[in-house]
Design a protein around this ligand. Structure first.
Ligand SMILES: Cc1ncc(COP(=O)(O)O)c(C=O)c1O
Length: 426
């Protein structure tokens, strides 16, 4: 349900608009779902924290016994500060990298994190930095895909991981460098429908059963993330029982092939957090264009959130359910384009189609002052927000089931935007 209009007004009066509103109960339910899926012994869930790195969320994961997949030095440090344990026994924080950037190698070495390498040269880079511990290898298995083509996570056009036929070369390099390969990892994306996801995960698990015998130090394999959230048909989410059965049987088959217990990991991001957060924005004006030889006219609701807040529609043409708050049940509907404040034509939340053109949404015509709720914005929402146009990031508000509210990040100010600027001579 879209949050109640009175509550939204109360929060807006305190923190302004736009703002992110997290529902703690929804996150906890999704954590419980994932714990159910991974409930059998030897199966472990991580949270791909890139989806939503707020400390409050990371603490919920720690409290739920969910481990972390981090992709930058600072992500790993955020997880550690939020209470996740350092070290690699067990590897609570796994460091999955396409490239070791900035403080990444230092953070891995100083906190003894398990590095999950995504390109062959990383063995040498780790060795040069003095690392001699266990590693994980991320494989590009050659199949799988994301929710759009630019999110390809497995196949010849994917930049992620080491191509599957080069795996043994990477292992040989690790052996020479005195590193033990303790985990094999692949992430095949959340785009597919349930059956395709199931088939792809099964295919990956079978590939592992054929590979484990070459890896005497192996203690775990990861099936990656990619548990989908249904953004359009919000009432029909994926069934979780078959995934529990799948993960249980994959763990058993892989362990049987290895003749010892091999932990099976999954690391969803979006599934935990997508439905837990709504981006609330306010309508500032309504304006129209008229049909001419270039195309059809449109009704624009001009709101104060833009792709600096939620970039998914502009970046991938992603669909988010939209409500005009308090008018959800109104009868008269019109095709409305919801557009933001940025100096970019693509700053529109109602986009889609092959050419990512405007796709007006059938909505009650809003009025200036109305609130618009952009739903399912918890994954890759605030996490991908930016400071383009020098608009500070919007505040994040946390709602507990008892109705209590907490401001978990405030609106960024000009000083926040300028604080990294210097005039240091080099
Ligand atoms: C290595 C890895 N693991 C997990 C995820 C999480 O994917 P999702 O949020 O679709 O579950 C990603 C997403 O990009 C990823 O690259």
């Amino acid at each position: 349900m879209t949050p109640d209009a009175t509550l939204i007004r109360r929060i807006a009066d305190k923190v302004g608009t736009p703002f992110w509103l997290y529902d703690a109960g929804t996150i906890r339910q999704r954590i419980a779902d994932v714990k159910f899926m991974t409930g059998s012994p030897g199966v472990q869930a991580r949270f791909a924290m890139k989806a939503c790195p707020a400390t409050k969320v990371l603490r919920e994961m720690a409290a739920g016994g969910i481990w972390i997949d981090a992709v930058s030095g600072n992500e790993a440090l955020r997880a550690l500060r939020a209470g996740h344990a350092p070290g690699n026994t067990p590897p609570v924080v796994c460091f999955t990298a396409d490239v070791f950037r900035d403080n990444a190698l230092d953070v891995v070495l100083q906190n003894n994190l398990l590095p999950n390498i995504g390109s062959p040269g990383m063995v040498r880079q780790l060795a040069d930095a003095g690392y001699r511990g266990p590693i994980s290898i991320r494989i590009n298995p050659g199949f799988g895909h994301g929710h759009v083509n630019t999110c390809d996570t497995g196949g010849p056009s994917s930049k992620h991981g080491i191509w599957h036929s080069q795996l043994m070369e990477a292992k040989a390099a690790a052996d020479r460098a005195g590193m033990q390969v303790v985990m094999l990892h692949a992430h095949i994306g959340s785009g597919p429908k349930f059956q395709e996801l199931h088939d792809n995960l099964t295919r990956l698990a079978i590939a592992y059963t054929e590979t484990v015998r070459h890896f005497p130090d192996l203690t775990a394999v990861s099936l990656g993330g990619g548990i989908p959230h249904s953004y359009r048909e919000r009432e029909t989410q994926i069934p979780i029982e078959p995934l529990r059965e799948l993960f249980t049987s994959c763990h058993q088959r892989i362990s049987a092939a290895a003749k010892r217990d091999i932990r099976l990991e999954i690391e969803p991001g979006r599934y935990y957090v997508a439905p837990s957060c709504t981006l609330i924005t306010r309508v500032h004006d309504i304006k129209t264009t008229e049909t001419n030889e270039k195309g059809a006219g449109a009704i624009f609701a001009m709101v104060d959130a833009g792709f600096v807040d939620l970039i998914r529609p502009a970046m991938y043409g992603s669909y988010h359910h939209i409500d005009v708050v308090g008018k959800e049940d109104a009868h008269g509907r019109e095709p409305i384009v919801i557009a933001g404040p940025l100096c970019e034509s693509g700053d529109v939340f109602t986009r889609g189609g092959a050419d990512e053109e405007l796709v007006p949404r059938s909505l009650p015509r809003p009025e200036p002052g109305d609130f618009i709720a952009i739903r399912d914005a918890g994954a890759y929402g605030a996490a991908m927000s930016s400071n383009y146009n020098s608009i500070g990031r919007a505040p994040q508000v946390w709602l507990e089931p008892d109705g209590s509210l907490e401001l978990i990040s405030r609106r960024e100010t000009l000083d926040d935007l300028l604080k990294a600027e210097t005039s240091e001579r080099l």
